[in-house]
Design a protein around this ligand. Structure first.
Ligand code: RIB
Length: 298
């Protein structure tokens, strides 16, 4: 069973030829409202990969709130602990260019009211997975991590949006997921020598005492930790929209780990799923289902 404590957003997406420079105005496509948010995205990706998933977070009561649950509900994610507050839902303002690259500005809205206390006593148990990100208040994420560890759950943290946490803050976390740029920034912040991706994840894993996975875009992903160094490939795709690819990786990785897979196997399927998510528009609508991920692995 996977519990995701984190954000639910509505993504306001406009497609552009090229991402505008500061001070520039450009024409975009018609606006699309698409369900997103790193927490909700990872919950859906894990669910589509076959895991039992409970989502914990907060949405508003504004006119877009329903969009945030549009994909989670039919997928069968347990939403009984998603609270509704009076006010705005979290929103992300996204531009996507012709190469599929994006810029994202997150306006937290109701996510600012997410509380670790929404995780009911006894809800996390030994053998469960608690999946966290960085889009709800940090103190609540850290409190949830502590509660998860104390209950015997495996705590996975996707460190996005990036912030260089201390070893003490990360003590309850067993697996940390960053992208290659975040890995380099984190290593720099910890005073580690600059190196290639392998040296960087090794340095981080040693310094922080946990498993560190860096996603490498089209190059796949690399990890260092108790299982040694693990490297997996992505599959070659023509990217249409990379929004949510990292969340797909985190959700699918957690789904396979939660079902007892070893790190290398979980990373292999997560990297394939992340590639597939880049081939379709939007965050949640682009996430692959288990059968598609397994077929692409053959
Ligand atoms: O990681 C992609 C997500 O980041 C988007 O869905 C957006 O909501 C922001 O949270």
């Amino acid at each position: 069973m996977i519990t995701v404590f984190g954000s639910l957003n509505v993504d306001l997406v406009s497609r552009v030829v090229a991402i505008p420079k500061p001070g520039e105005t450009v024409h975009g496509s018609d606006l699309q409202l698409i369900p997103g948010g790193k927490g909700a995205n990872q919950a859906l990706a894990a669910r589509r990969a076959g895991a039992k998933v409970k989502m914990i977070g907060v949405i508003g009561d504004d006119s877009v709130a329903g969009v945030a649950l549009q994909e989670l509900e039919p997928a069968g994610v347990d939403l009984s602990a998603v609270r509704r507050r009076h006010g705005t839902t979290g929103v992300a303002i996204i531009t996507v260019d012709q190469k599929g690259e994006n810029t994202i500005v997150v306006s937290p809205g109701a996510n600012a009211e997410a509380r670790a206390s929404q995780i009911a006593a006894g809800a996390l148990n030994k053998g469960d997975t608690l999946l966290l990100q960085m889009e709800v208040p940090l103190a609540e994420t850290l409190a949830a991590a502590k509660a998860g560890k104390a209950a015997g759950a495996t705590v996975v943290l996707s460190l996005a949006p990036f912030s260089p946490l201390s070893a003490e803050q990360l003590a309850p976390v067993s697996t940390l997921i960053v992208n290659e740029h975040e890995a380099a920034d984190f290593a720099g912040a910890l005073g580690l020598k600059a190196g290639d991706a392998e040296a960087t994840v090794k340095g981080l894993a040693d310094k922080l005492g946990l498993t560190v996975i860096a996603t490498l875009g089209p190059e796949g992903a690399i990890a260092a930790g108790k299982a040694g160094v693990v490297r997996v490939s992505a599959i070659p795709v023509k990217p249409v929209d990379t929004t949510g690819a990292g969340d797909t990786f985190a959700g699918v990785l957690s789904a396979w780990l939660d079902q007892g897979a070893d790190l290398a196997t979980a990373m292999k399927f997560a990297a394939i799923a992340g590639s597939l998510a880049c081939t379709r528009e939007g965050a949640q609508p682009s996430f692959p289902r288990r059968a598609e991920i397994e077929a692409a692995a053959r």
